[in-house]
Design a protein around this ligand. Structure first.
Ligand SMILES: Cc1cc2nc3c(=O)[nH]c(=O)nc-3n(C[C@H](O)[C@H](O)[C@H](O)COP(=O)(O)OP(=O)(O)OC[C@H]3O[C@@H](n4cnc5c(N)ncnc54)[C@H](O)[C@@H]3O)c2cc1C
Length: 376
């Protein structure tokens, strides 16, 4: 059992952490538009978990997670990293694992290079946690399918060129009722809605995607017809582990800022660091970070070993997302009134952390998955 990073991992981590500052300034200068995607590609964040033959780096889950953690720890914007992670784990990974060879060749190099942006379109207005009852239908026609329905919370939706989406093909098929598709934005019958207003992860635009008799050719089916749940759950194993490494980096950064702050600020004639309740709060923040980190690295290691990672992935997602929210709120308490002044950036960290317990399956759903693994 080895809990340390290898020399190569440590070197990549340090380089990414340093480069992240450039990404932060480049992204804000570019308004998180197409230029930001080129920056993400240049730093290797879009191609990390993509085989080298398609232009990627060929990393496994653990090395990919470390890159995202380092970028976040180094100060890259959480929304920008979330956009990249949603693209890579929920869209690019399904194309790698379930796309036909010609589909992989056609899409993956551009997805790695940031020329194509992807969005994952699963959620519907009436189908959030319960992804087994999709009202979006795919009707078989000559040479492909016609999609009809509305997807409601598509991260990258307003800017994406490609959507990985899921539709019911056999309403009575139970686990095999849905099918996964990779759909071009310019397909007739596809309309991407305007960016919705939301309170966090501002750099990642999100919106609706509507399909009206939208034709998708057979070569854009991911996996076999009826394998939609398998494709989605496989992509979620990557997302629920690697994406949440962003929140390890965020916690690391917040703890560092809090340690600095309590070392400087004086009240009652003492540094805040000398007040036991303040030090206890920081100890709890560190404990949460390191507990979640161990679970997340373990989940990634299970994926890389080709084991069933379900238990570890659900525990990692639950622990890291809840820790992110608790630690952002604790940072708010430690900064006192300054936490509400936007110039300190703490309230933005809270807003960016809050949705982590909701997307990629809520905390309640992760507890259900853990209970299922216990045989309950
Ligand atoms: C920032 C952000 C980005 C997102 N990006 C995407 C994206 O790119 N693509 C996409 O498809 N979706 C995306 N989503 C949507 C997200 O996946 C859903 O919000 C999530 O799955 C929950 O669904 P819901 O919002 O409909 O809540 P609901 O399913 O209505 O749940 C509401 C509450 O009820 C609880 N609940 C529901 N069912 C159960 C149950 N069986 N047992 C116990 N409790 C339960 C939930 O835990 C939650 O607390 C995103 C959401 C957010 C906030």
């Amino acid at each position: 059992m080895d809990f340390g990073r290898s020399a190569a991992q440590q070197e990549r981590y340090a380089r990414m952490s340093a480069d992240a500052r450039k990404l932060a300034s480049a992204s804000s200068a570019a308004g998180s538009g197409r230029d930001a995607w080129k920056d993400l590609a240049r730093l290797g964040l879009l191609g990390a978990a993509v085989p080298q033959e398609y232009g990627g780096t060929g990393f496994g889950a653990l090395d990919t997670a470390l890159l995202y953690e380092a970028a976040s720890e180094g100060g890259a914007d959480t929304g920008v990293l979330f956009a990249a992670a949603a693209h890579l784990f929920a869209c690019v990974r399904p194309v790698i694992e379930f796309g036909l060879p010609e589909t992989r060749e056609a899409l993956l190099p551009a997805l790695c290079g940031g020329e194509l942006i992807a969005g994952n379109a699963m959620t519907e207005p009436e189908s959030g946690s319960d992804v087994s009852r999709l009202t979006t239908r795919a009707t078989r026609v000559d040479g492909g399918y016609l999609l009809d329905g509305t997807k409601s919370f598509v991260s990258n939706g307003p800017v994406a060129d490609l959507y990985v989406t899921y539709a019911t093909t056999d309403p009575d098929g139970g686990y095999f009722s849905s099918t996964a598709f990779a759909v071009d934005r310019n397909s007739p019958g596809l309309v991407a809605g305007a960016p919705m207003e939301k309170s966090g992860l501002a750099a990642c635009q999100a919106g609706e995607v509507r399909f009206t008799r939208c034709f998708v050719p057979d070569d854009r089916v991911l996996g076999s017809p009826g394998q939609g749940q398998l494709v989605f759950q496989t992509s979620m194993q990557w997302e629920r582990s690697c994406l949440f490494a962003i929140y390890l980096g965020q916690q690391e950064r917040l703890i560092r800022r809090c340690v600095h702050h309590v070392g400087e600020r004086r009240q009652f004639g003492k540094r805040l660091a000398e007040l036991q309740p303040v030090a206890d709060r920081l100890a709890d923040m560190k404990l949460r970070l390191e507990s979640g980190r161990l679970l997340l690295y373990r989940a990634c290691t299970e994926i890389d070993a080709g084991q069933d990672p379900s238990l570890w992935v659900a525990m990692a997602k639950l622990a890291v997302s809840e820790a992110a929210v608790a630690t952002a709120l604790d940072a708010g308490r430690i900064f006192g009134g300054r936490a509400f002044q936007t110039e300190y950036g703490i309230e933005e960290e809270v807003r960016d952390a809050l949705p982590a317990t909701t997307f990629s399956g809520t905390s309640d759903i992760q507890r259900q998955l853990i209970a299922r693994e216990l045989g309950l």
